[in-house]
Design a protein around this ligand. Structure first.
Ligand code: MG
Length: 398
């Protein structure tokens, strides 16, 4: 049979594309990395895709989720917008994904899984950043319950996202769901029997361990940047109090004595990035070798997490974080925003407890099967900052 030139070239292109994809994903994958072909799979089995592996599909499912799009209108640190250049939860998430992919490639980890985990890591955050989370948790505790953003993220991807006719949720692979639960917190199996399937007695794969640390690299550096931009922090103040910044800033001023202060600041920040990322790569590599970890099983069974900064950089990271807590997160300038967040979340929660008929129909129906406080919590946690303001005006306004 004679094939048309077009058909031939398509076939050749497809073959080339598949070959490239295998090279791109398998190249340099370390022995201790997660392998997509050994995934424990999805809750509802699905046929494999022609040209995307399961972790790539999970990453794409997260990107196309409604909860992911809402991150754009959720606070990272600043509730009120001091500037259009500030991070929100979506841009923070993209920064975490960028840093995570870079480190994953250097360590030979599964970059597709790392990217999916980075993109989903903050999907369970309520409006108003940590103030909103605290207020929501406080409201739940009045009813003997609690709020936790990782557990909420699991509810989103398992149940709330409705995209497919055959099942609720995104039907993500086990490894992505496990990473959502375990990347930043070790849950006690006795307190969380519902999480038993996620191997709580074992460490998460390095792909998930990495996310907690890249999250910190991203927000510690970004919050210095946004804090300065908001004039809540000064460059001198940071240089005096934060060793890692002071060191880098001194080098930059020697190298670029005539540059504008903002550019010197940016150069110093870039060097902090490199120092934190470089240290994390080198130290994690050394710890893996020291532990003799040659397989994913070795990583899982090792008594502690292997992804870590060196002792010296860990100390500098802690100092930077403490500085941010003292001078930015707990600063009097942000106090009013935090009080607003607590009042709005608290009053709206109380309103719907008293008047559940003011909830949207789908939530009223859910409340027939689950406790009302949990349903109100789910509703509030999913809101963006502008939407919760709107709801507050509607139900609690003067
Ligand atoms: Mg984060």
């Amino acid at each position: 049979m004679v094939q048309s030139p077009n058909r031939c070239s398509f076939a050749a292109r497809d073959k080339l594309a598949t070959g490239y994809w295998q090279l791109a994903t398998d190249f340099k994958l370390a022995d201790f990395a997660v392998r997509v072909e050994q995934s424990r799979g999805r809750r509802h089995p699905e046929p494999s895709h022609a040209y995307r592996n399961d972790f790539q599909r999970d990453r794409d499912r997260v990107v196309h989720a409604r909860a992911f799009r809402r991150l754009e209108a959720k606070t990272q640190v600043f509730t009120r917008r001091y500037s259009d250049h500030f991070r929100n939860r979506l841009t923070h998430t993209i920064e975490v994904a960028q840093i995570s992919r870079t480190i994953a490639a250097q360590l030979g980890l599964n970059a597709d899984l790392v990217e999916a985990l980075a993109l989903v890591h903050d999907i369970g955050h309520p409006p108003f950043g940590h103030a909103g989370e605290k207020a929501l948790d406080a409201a739940m505790r009045q009813h003997g319950l609690s709020f936790d953003h990782n557990l909420h993220a699991l509810r989103i991807v398992e149940d709330f996202e409705l995209r497919y006719a055959a099942f609720r949720g995104l039907n993500l692979t086990f490894e992505v769901r496990e990473g959502i639960i375990k990347h930043s917190h070790d849950y006690d199996a006795r307190e969380h029997p519902e999480l038993a399937e996620y191997l709580l007695d074992q460490r998460p794969p390095l792909e998930a361990q990495l996310i907690d640390l890249t999250d910190e690299i991203a927000y510690n550096t970004a919050d210095l940047d946004d804090g300065c931009e908001a004039h809540l922090l000064s460059v001198e103040q940071i240089a005096e109090s934060v060793e890692i910044f002071g060191d880098c800033y001194k080098d930059v001023r020697k190298l670029y004595p005539a540059a504008a202060e903002k550019l010197q600041f940016n150069e110093a920040l870039k060097r902090i990035f490199d120092r934190l990322v470089g240290d994390l790569i080198a130290n994690t590599r050394a710890r893996i070798a020291e532990a003799g970890a040659h397989s994913l099983e070795d990583v899982r069974r090792y008594p502690e997490r292997l992804a870590a900064f060196s002792a010296k950089v860990e100390e500098q990271r802690r100092q930077l974080k403490d500085f941010l807590y003292e001078n930015l997160y707990f600063s009097p300038a942000l106090e009013g925003e935090k009080e607003d967040a607590e009042r709005i979340v608290g009053e709206l929660f109380a309103h719907w407890m008293k008047e559940p008929e003011d909830l949207p129909r789908t939530y009223r129906e859910k409340a027939e099967r689950e406790p009302l406080p949990r349903i109100i919590c789910d509703y509030i946690a999913g809101m963006t900052d502008p939407f919760i303001y709107q709801q507050y005006e509607k139900y609690c306004g003067e």
